[in-house]
Design a protein around this ligand. Structure first.
Ligand code: IVH
Length: 710
């Protein structure tokens, strides 16, 4: 290594070379630190490089490089964000759309906690900021990283960008050693207007609304772009923490404010649902004057011990709900009705509209739900819209609430063209010509083509590579469509993805020589596919695209069965008539009902589908799963039966707490039962337990057993 010459003694030539060398060292260090999360030099060594770079630039200002590291914040432009796994999952909120939904929310909570309708119960009501959520991790008061929500478990590392946001402190005084602050990044109306004006002047794309602008600005690979965008941040919660901030939500807000965060000034503690609703109306009245977008009011149980007791459903807390503002409405002409065929064969009517702006967003497509909806009936055959049907050529009313797909709500008969005809829903699949049938009780007409229907095939594959499933970099919906119909390298089923590289090697028409591909992108794709051969069980189950099995159900199943072998065996153990212990076992999973269970079992029993699943599984190493909180719990994997009257918690609470700790709650006592928890009035079940020699616990014994031992 050459000797380090003091800055004061450098010649011009030496300074020029040294600036280049420092730039490359700093960029490497940035990439390893921010892009790959794997720094290879110490913070002080990094600081020394930057100091030296600055000192040389000060001595030779004209030598300063065009893209000098002294002007960059953190990481250079990288191709993707690195990923950060959230220590505590980032969840979303259930929605309430009406006063009665809010009353139901309150009643559910009281029932769960065993509180009467008159008992005092504090909530906090706070505006629901329309931005994007961000998790900020502080250790010993220093900002360590900032991560987007992502899929709730893993987000994107946007630390550099977050550091440019004025409302996000770099350092906290008197904070817990570990504190993850969660909140919403947003853009004010005034800043949004300025930004769009600047974008227009520069001939660049304008943003549809402040939320898109905030998201687009935070997710910039070049942090200097984020720095030029005026983002703000409201804190509304927390993830991991080494000690609690307070014993109430309102107290935690005060603490967050004293740590230097902005918390929303319109947050108010309310006693009971009536006060919540009146605060909702106050906020709704002020909405237009706030200067930033909100799309509802969030209600949270104020007492943090009660929040902990209430816990979570699969993706939402029981202790909070978002009361949304009514949707925004517009009127336009329905130009056509198109039928899309989904991965389960469902024929979905889509309205093609004359473009119209709804709440700041241009809308040209909207959902029409299903054929009954078009005809003016609900699923039970009762009239909706007073029986008015919807026809091509009609003036329709469309609405959109938040992020959801716009919907056609009503039709203006006064403007209906005289020659219009009722819409006739197709009885054949528009994609493969197979009959499209409606099963009894199903509101949806489905293509019966199964695997011969290209639309179903393509949609299944798109689902397979989607974010919650295999999420293969470089293989999105667009690429799947191209591969599906490819002559040389067709991908017709998931297993074909994993033979792509081999087939490409044996083929003369190589991927790298095609439009849109090159040597590097083809190699990257093959590597991404290889990487995904080792994959968590929940992603595989979700990726199969089985009807009724969404992301959270897939996680439930994965946590319950643990391994692919156990899951497959469980599917095999159920006979075609859906009876017997295997079937009961499936139904005993909280969140799995007979409809989902049938879909699962039928998928595995269909010989063609099963063969395709087996072909896929042959390429994979499927990682085992366990309930995240269950690993070190004393009741993980145990089967427990509750019987008699429980006095310290409700049945629902007992069941969900036990399940959260990895136990299985069953309704009947058998040789497989590990514990019977018996309250007063316990009868035959406690007796049977005694006969079988199973341990019978009182409610207090049980609570002592599951209490955290800290
Ligand atoms: S609490 C576990 N409070 O709304 C619950 N969320 O629809 C965590 N949001 O992902 C969320 N304002 O991005 C909470 N005052 C507020 C909020 C808020 C906006 C967003 C947040 C969340 C989404 C759920």
């Amino acid at each position: 290594m050459s000797e380090i010459i003091p800055v004061g003694s450098l010649s011009r030539e030496q300074a020029m070379a040294e600036l280049e060398r420092l730039k490359s060292l700093i960029e490497d260090a940035n990439r390893r630190y921010y892009g790959e999360d794997a720094p290879d030099i110490s913070d002080s060594a990094y600081d020394a490089l930057k100091q030296r770079n600055l000192a040389i630039e000060e001595r030779f200002p004209d030598l300063k490089l065009a893209a000098s590291p002294s002007e960059k914040i953190g990481a250079p432009v990288s191709e993707t964000f690195s990923k950060i796994r959230h220590e505590v999952r980032m969840l979303s909120l259930g929605n309430a759309f009406s006063d009665s939904d809010v009353l139901d929310f309150d009643a559910r909570i009281r029932k769960y906690l065993g509180l009467g309708p008159q008992a005092h119960l504090d909530y906090i009501a706070e505006p629901k900021i329309d931005g994007l959520s961000l998790s900020l991790r502080y250790e010993k008061g220093a900002l360590i990283y900032a991560a987007t929500r992502g899929d709730g478990e893993t987000g994107e590392n946007v630390t550099n960008n977050a550091r440019t946001v004025g409302d996000i402190p770099e350092r906290l005084k008197n904070a817990p050693d570990i504190l993850e602050v969660r909140g919403e990044v947003y853009m004010s109306h005034a800043d949004f207007d300025d930004l769009n004006r600047r974008q227009a002047e520069l001939g660049q794309k304008e943003f549809a609304n402040p939320r898109n602008a905030a998201a687009g600005s935070l997710r910039q690979l070049d942090a200097s772009v984020t720095q030029s965008r005026p983002l703000r941040f409201f804190a509304y919660g927390w993830g991991a923490q080494s000690e609690p901030l307070s014993d109430t939500q309102s107290g935690a807000f005060e603490r967050l404010a004293s740590l230097g965060f902005k918390v929303n000034p319109l947050s108010v503690v309310c006693d009971g649902p009536e006060e919540l609703l009146s605060h909702y109306r106050e906020i709704e009245e002020q909405r237009a004057l706030l200067g930033y977008d909100i799309d509802g009011v969030v209600y949270k149980v104020n007492d943090l011990d009660l929040q902990a007791r209430l816990g979570f459903r699969s993706t939402t807390p029981r202790w909070a709900i978002a009361h949304k503002f009514p949707a925004e409405v517009a009127h336009t002409i329905l130009e056509a009705i198109e039928i899309q065929v989904g991965r389960t064969g469902a024929l979905s009517p889509v309205a093609r509209l004359h473009p119209v702006t709804v709440g700041g967003v241009v809308v040209s497509n909207a959902t029409l739900h299903n054929e009954d909806y078009i005809q003016g009936r609900d699923s039970k055959g009762n009239p909706i819209r007073e029986g008015r049907d919807i026809r091509v050529g009609d003036w329709v009313e469309i609405y959109r609430a938040g992020d959801v797909i716009p919907k056609v709500r009503d039709v203006d008969l006064g403007k209906r063209p005289a020659d219009s005809k009722p819409y006739v829903f197709p009885t054949e699949c528009p994609e493969c010509g197979s009959p499209a049938v409606r099963e009894e009780g199903d509101s949806v007409r489905r293509c019966t083509g199964g695997i011969i229907c290209p639309a179903q095939g393509v949609e299944k594959l798109k689902h397979f590579v989607s974010r919650g499933a295999f999420d293969i970099d470089g293989l999105g919906a667009k690429q799947i469509e191209a591969f599906f119909n490819d002559r040389d390298l067709p991908v017709r089923e998931p297993a074909d993805i994993f033979t792509l590289e081999q087939r490409d090697a044996e083929n003369l028409a190589k991927l790298k020589n095609r439009d849109g591909w090159g040597q590097k992108s083809a190699e990257n794709l093959f590597r991404a596919i290889q990487d995904r051969r080792s994959i968590p069980l929940n992603r595989v189950i979700f990726g199969l695209g089985i009807r009724h099995v969404g992301e959270s159900s897939a996680t439930l199943l994965a946590n319950r069965f643990g391994s692919w072998q156990a899951f497959e065996q469980a599917m095999d153990s159920v006979p075609d008539d859906h009876q017997g212990p295997g079937w009961d076992d499936l139904l005993s999973i909280d969140g799995v009902g007979p409809v989902m269970a049938s879909a699962l079992v039928d998928t595995f029993h269909n010989p063609d589908t099963r063969a395709a699943i087996d072909r896929l599984a042959g390429f994979l190493t499927i990682k085992e799963a366990s309930a995240p909180t269950a690993s070190d719990s004393p009741v993980a994997g145990k089967t427990v039966v509750f019987t008699g009257t429980l006095e310290q918690m409700t049945r629902a609470e007992a069941k969900s707490r036990a399940e959260a700790l990895g136990a299985k709650v069953s309704g009947s006592v058998s040789a497989k039962t590990d514990y019977v928890v018996a309250g007063p009035g316990a009868g035959s079940k406690a007796k049977k337990a005694a006969e079988l020699g199973i341990e019978v616990l009182s409610e207090s014994d049980w609570l002592a057993l599951i209490a955290p031992n800290d």
